[in-house]
Design a protein around this ligand. Structure first.
Ligand code: SF4
Length: 370
């Protein structure tokens, strides 16, 4: 891990329409005036941050960054290029929704971005409709073709599984199409009824945890057969296609977040901008999450245990305040945990990781460590 590098997250808080499962902060309409005010404030915040640390990655998330017009995207990319000291090999990611794309917009994005992330969620129209996901088959097909033609170095597609009534056969078909669509990265999330979403308010909704576990296992097996490997509980990549931004954040790298609801981490405290465009625009300060340093390291320890690689001793010791004695204590605790819950952890003097079975029990392991 490069300790002297910074990761930047920029939250674009606009969507065409709220998807029924989504708990991320976004506003359902993006008027030209709202976008202008947003970009003006973003520019002021980037100026005030006056970043000189080399920036290793920028992640435009949301919301729907691709909802911005080409003129607004050009302004956004120009802001970043002028105000952030980007490393020569910086990874620049942008989330996109198929319905908001045109061939011209994809070309513009490809000129500034190294990695595009396309929210498909399902190739099956009926399952998308069950998710309250407003997107046509035609828009998905067109977006895949344009992205393929644009030559992005890296490319992700998002999917949701364990949707009520979804069968294993449907999921296997989805995985085949996903593996063949050209992306070198797939993010697969089990459907979770997050509080405050339309989906969670549906009294008829039944989540089948056994089905979710079966489909998660199926994903790992079927994608590995096609050269796409799980590297985190919900993330899969062809070798070299892993998302560097997320890897650094999972390992406790410093993160500067801009925009409503954006999170930051300065190596000590976490900060959260207000999840409201209007409150953010008037300068309401972020909330601060302070934890004792040892407890913060424990939090980072369990977060990165979601990765297949887990921890190497040297990576853990790169965390601020971490010591060899603390690493030894962690290994001792891991051995005790392994004695009580066999088959979930693997460790030696220099490594600590979850087994493939352990990854599916990450929640239980995390509870033990926190
Ligand atoms: S899933 Fe994406 S497109 Fe849908 S509401 Fe959430 S942020 Fe917007």
């Amino acid at each position: 891990m490069k300790n002297d590098a910074l990761q930047v997250y920029i939250h674009i808080p606009f969507c065409r329409r709220k998807c029924a499962y989504c708990a991320f902060y976004s506003e359902p309409a993006a008027t030209p005036e709202a976008v202008r005010l947003y970009l003006d404030k973003l520019e002021r915040d980037l100026d005030a941050a006056d970043i000189h640390t080399p920036v290793e990655s920028v992640y435009f998330g949301g919301g729907t960054p691709s909802l911005l017009t080409e003129a607004d995207l050009e302004r956004l990319f120009d802001l970043i290029a002028r105000r952030l000291p980007l490393m020569p090999d910086a990874e620049i990611s942008l989330e996109a929704n198929p319905e908001t794309l045109t061939r011209e917009k994809i070309r513009l994005i490809a000129a500034h971005v190294t990695r595009i992330s396309l929210g498909i969620q399902s190739f099956d129209r009926e399952l998308r409709s069950r998710l309250g996901r407003d997107c046509s088959d035609r828009a998905i097909a067109a977006a895949l073709e344009w992205i393929g033609d644009a030559g992005f170095p890296h490319w992700n597609c998002d999917f949701i599984y364990a949707i009520p009534s979804q069968t294993r056969a449907q999921w296997e078909k989805e995985l085949r199409w996903a593996a063949d669509c050209g992306a070198d990265h797939l993010s697969l999330y089990a459907l979770t009824p997050e509080e405050g979403t339309r989906l969670a308010a549906d009294p008829a909704l039944q989540i089948d945890d056994d089905l979710a576990a079966d489909l998660w296992k199926t994903a790992g097996e079927r994608l590995a057969e096609r050269g796409i490997f799980r590297y985190e509980v919900s993330n899969y990549a062809r070798p070299g296609g892993e998302c560097r931004h997320n890897q650094r954040v999972w390992q406790g790298g410093r993160l500067a977040g801009f925009g409503p609801a954006a999170a930051s981490y300065d190596g000590e405290c976490r900060f959260q901008e207000p999840a409201s465009l209007s409150r953010w625009l008037v300068g309401e300060p972020p909330t601060v999450d302070r934890l004792p340093p040892e407890r913060r390291r424990r939090e980072i320890l369990v977060m990165n245990l979601r990765t297949v690689a887990g921890w190497q001793r040297e990576n853990y010791l790169a965390l601020p305040g971490a010591t060899p004695a603390e690493w030894e204590q962690i290994l001792t605790a891991a051995r005790h945990l392994e004695a009580r819950l066999p088959g979930l952890l693997e460790n030696d003097a220099n490594h600590l990781r979850l087994t493939p079975r352990g990854l599916s029990f990450w929640d239980e392991v995390a509870m033990e460590w926190l």
